[in-house]
Ligand binder design. Structure first.
Ligand code: NAP
Length: 284
């Protein structure tokens, strides 16, 4: 693929991505933003796509009406119009591409690559997610993290980094996992360890709980044992790991904290997307 890359639509992560590409020597054009947002916005789609075979869209780039998501632009660009302007040797790269968008690209033989489930992207993205979760806790709590008994459910990419960050802040950290290998890893990292299926027996002991498990582990049985002065931050993607309606009924404070890298750290999130895109281009 050539050095010319078109960044189309999305939010400030995409601007940071374009800036990063330019710093790395690519010729990046940007379209789908109001001109006041960034100095290098192309005024027309034709100009933005000119000479480019690589088009980078944002995360969840296409809405139900099949328009490209452009929250920072007054205009509208339909996915059909975008695709009509591309030749079959173009490649579209984006995150969480919908089946209908992929089908549209396939009709014109345009290759689509989704980075959302790539390991390089998910591992790098875990850090701003963990840091964002701690930011939310600090924003909401009236006491320090260092004085908290913290529970992290799930010891995957986010769980590991979050536990380490909480520990370095001086918190008393417990993690849960379902595999004995992960229980061993939690113990050797210096945290207390429990199996996730014993949550109902241990949750009453914690001031602050971070869930990273994408399955409803905080069900009625578990929530009944959570203290009403505990704060639960659910990081797992929708539908999440907490029965929020029941938590409200019980008076437990919860927050479903989604898309934290993009919302809190758009520059870091954009750099992570840029690094991932470059990995994809190198693999091609
Ligand atoms: P991960 O590395 O796959 O870790 C998930 C953890 O949950 C693992 O410990 C896994 O255990 C455990 N788990 C999964 N299903 C389970 C179940 N049914 N019962 C018990 N344990 C289960 O994922 P991650 O990268 O840490 O991401 C965690 C979640 O956060 C995902 O939903 C992801 O989409 C989301 N996310 C959120 C944000 C945000 O801003 N809030 C940002 C990025 C990602 P095993 O290893 O045994 O499977």
């Amino acid at each position: 693929m050539g050095r010319r890359i078109s960044v189309v639509g999305g939010d400030m992560r995409q601007v940071a991505l374009a800036e990063g590409l330019i710093k790395d020597g690519f010729d990046a054009s940007v379209f789908g933003f109001d001109l006041s947002i960034y100095e290098n916005i192309s005024p027309t789609l034709t100009e933005a796509l000119s000479g480019s075979k690589t088009i980078i869209l944002g995360i969840t780039p296409c809405d139900e009406k099949m328009n490209i998501s452009t929250p920072l632009w007054q205009g509208t660009l339909s996915a059909t119009d975008l695709i009509l302007n591309l030749s079959s040797d173009c490649v579209i790269i984006g995150g969480k591409l919908s089946p209908s968008f992929i089908a549209l690209c396939e009709q014109k033989n345009i290759k689509c690559i989704d980075y959302i489930n790539r390991e390089d992207f998910a591992v790098l993205n875990a850090l701003p997610t963990a840091e964002g979760a701690i930011y939310i806790a600090m924003r909401e709590l009236e006491y320090t993290i260092s004085s908290c008994k913290c529970l992290v459910t799930g010891f995957g990419r986010i769980g590991k980094i979050l536990a380490k960050s909480l520990d370095s802040l001086g918190a008393d950290v417990t993690c849960t996992a379902r595999k004995c290998g992960d229980i061993a890893r939690i113990k050797t990292s210096g945290y207390k360890a429990f199996y996730t299926d014993s949550l109902h027996e241990i949750v009453h002991d914690y001031d602050l709980i971070f869930n990273t498990i994408p399955s409803k582990v905080f069900d009625r049985k578990v929530l009944r044992n959570v203290r009403t002065d505990t704060f639960i931050i659910d990081l797992a993607s929708k539908p999440g790991g907490v029965d929020f309606d029941y938590a409200i009924e019980l008076g437990i404070k919860t927050e479903q904290a989604l898309s934290l890298p993009g919302k809190i750290f758009p520059k870091t999130a954009g750099k992570i997307i840029k690094d991932t895109v470059i990995n994809i281009l190198n693999e091609m």
